[in-house]
Design a protein around this ligand. Structure first.
Ligand SMILES: Nc1ncnc2c1ncn2[C@@H]1O[C@H](COP(=O)(O)OP(=O)(O)O)[C@@H](O)[C@H]1O
Ligand SMILES: O=P(O)(O)OC[C@H](O)CO
Length: 533
């Protein structure tokens, strides 16, 4: 019987976040035609440790692609209508697998895992005593740390992949023997998924894009090559590393399943993809995404801006192998939606993440409570692995509503901290901020952000900016719909849906008083974790 399905032109996006995978199929206007989402298991084997099973991530990707295609066919479209796909991912999470079998040799270590805390001190000392080679000279002492920052755009932190790979090789015998036998392949999540989708041990492509690579501490930020100085510094062999590529080009074709033969043509870390999805492609444009963590990215154009205020300099995107890289400043907040998940799953204060909004709205303020959600130390702009989570200001007056409200306020204070750092580095005060991500579904979350940050918060109707960004990168690589991210005017039809604005309802005096309280609270939680904790 002849198929009655229609043939169209769509672009797919596989968005593999920290807690879930989704595959979305977009049309030329960024309407979501079909999608499927699956949460995958989180493993917390010890305090501060956070692992994923890379095989389970892969299973969730396969199932999301297949199910979204089933959905597409139910709506009357052929699956061949999906012309190209992009992949976007939780960044820094470190996967180790076997070249011979294509299977993981260990659990993956997730970006917010802090088991490498002591390695931070060890490598900082190494940079100071042995020094770091930069511009033909060995820099020692504090200059050694500065040289590392200039090379990578990053501080030495538990956050980035090099320390996680080092730890895996030093502590997990299976990883060590694969490494010694030259059988080990390392990759961040986009690299792992691309490898497996393109055939795994049977011809799979081992590749990473420069946005993800810029989060490893191994990439030279300006040459966009793996840097031998950095590999030697962390004691790692180049043979484990993926080939480097831009964020928008054909890397490989899918080897099996519903979309067999479809090109994979966009790769980008989820935060950079959200920047592209918000069409913040030019210098001075910014967005903040609130998912598991929160990440404020400010596009600095073709210039690397070196932060003096605790932000990261990182690659925003590279449009094709010959495209000039575009950079950004990033304020990374380690804990955002994950604090709400903690209220739900560990404290049983709410039944769903959305309920936190109603619980917090029951009280007009926190009753003097501050909750520093430093579950994995403090990220930007503090970079302090010795800080721990802390609730301070409790009394017999305190109720779960005050804790819920303090959790939302923590999110707003952390945002203010990175926005102030951004202003110091760029000279730009953000009067308005574009936001997206799962946590922005909460109206109370949004209003607290506006009230404590003192700036207008603009929430687009279409909040799947991360998935959309990777779709734009993939579509642009093959000029689907005439898209070309180098020419933003070619994207004018994309995502023209409206937005909701949340304006501050507080006085400056109130905001500054609360901010002073937050700063005192942060000082109290710093240095709490001892090195042998
Ligand atoms: N209505 C809501 N209000 C507040 N937080 C929410 C709401 N809905 C989801 N979240 C939070 O958003 C996060 C999920 O966002 P998402 O962008 O899917 O994250 P990720 O990509 O990191 O997996 C969860 O941590 C959850 O707690
Ligand atoms: O899972 P998300 O969306 O919070 O993103 C995680 C980041 O990529 C970590 O750097």
């Amino acid at each position: 019987m002849a198929s009655t399905l229609r043939h169209g032109e769509f672009v797919g996006s596989l968005d593999c976040g920290t807690t879930s995978t989704r595959f979305m199929i977009f049309d030329r206007y960024a309407n979501v035609i079909a999608s499927h989402q699956i949460e995958f298991p989180q493993y917390y084997p010890q305090p501060g440790w956070h692992e994923h099973d890379a095989e389970q991530i892969m299973e969730s990707c396969d199932a999301c692609i297949d199910q979204a295609c089933v959905e597409l066919e139910k709506l009357g479209w052929t699956k061949q209508s999906v012309k190209v796909i992009g992949i976007t991912n939780q960044r820094e999470t470190t996967v180790a697998w076997s070249r011979k079998t294509g299977a993981p040799v260990s659990r993956a270590i997730v970006w917010d895992d802090i088991r490498v805390k002591n390695l931070v001190t060890q490598f900082e000392n190494q940079a100071k005593t042995q020094g770091v080679q930069y511009e033909g000279k060995v820099h020692k002492g504090e200059d050694g740390l500065v040289a590392l920052r200039k090379l990578t755009g990053l501080p030495i932190s538990t956050y980035f992949s090099a320390l996680k790979i080092r730890w895996m090789i030093d502590h997990w015998p299976d990883v060590k023997s694969a490494y010694d036998a030259d059988d080990l392949l390392f990759g961040t999540v986009e690299s792992w998924i691309t490898y497996r989708l393109s055939g795994g041990a049977h011809g799979g492509v081992h590749v990473s894009d420069v946005t993800n690579a810029s989060r490893t501490l191994l990439l030279n930020l300006r040459s966009l090559q793996w840097d031998p100085v950095l590999l030697e510094f962390f004691g790692l062999k180049a043979s484990i590393l993926p080939k480097l590529a831009s964020s928008s080009e054909v890397y490989a074709h899918i080897a099996y399943g519903a979309l067999k033969g479809v090109p994979i043509a966009g790769l980008a870390g989820d935060q950079q993809a959200a920047l592209v999805g918000n069409k913040c492609l030019r210098q001075g444009e910014a967005k903040c995404t609130y998912g598991t963590g929160a990440f404020l990215l400010f596009c600095t154009g073709e210039d690397v801006v070196e932060s003096k205020a605790g932000l990261l300099s990182t690659v925003a995107y590279q449009n094709g192998p010959n495209g000039k890289p575009v950079y950004c400043l990033e304020g990374s907040i380690g804990v955002a939606g994950s604090a709400i998940k903690w209220l739900r799953d560990s404290m049983f204060m709410v039944q769903s993440a959305a309920d936190v909004n109603t619980l917090a709205a029951k009280v007009p303020d926190t009753g003097g409570l501050y909750f520093v959600t430093a579950f994995g130390g403090l990220f930007a702009p503090y970079w302090d692995p010795s800080a721990t989570g802390m609730i301070i200001g409790m009394s017999s007056y305190t109720t779960p509503s005050h804790v819920a409200r303090a959790t939302l306020e923590a999110n707003a204070f952390m945002t203010r901290a990175v926005a102030e750092a951004m202003k110091l580095d760029s000279g730009v005060d953000l009067p308005q901020m574009k936001v997206d991500g799962g946590m922005t579904n909460g109206d109370m979350v949004m209003q607290v952000l506006a009230d404590l940050g003192g700036c207008e918060i603009v929430r687009p109707e279409m909040r799947e900016s991360t998935a959309l960004g990777s779709a734009l990168l993939a579509g642009s690589a093959v000029r689907l719909f005439g898209w070309d991210i180098a020419r933003p005017e070619t994207l004018h039809e994309v995502n023209t849906a409206g937005s909701t604005s949340f304006k501050p309802t507080t006085t400056k005096e109130y905001r500054d008083k609360k901010w002073a309280g937050w700063q005192r609270a942060v000082e109290r939680c710093r240095g709490w974790a001892a090195s042998d904790d």
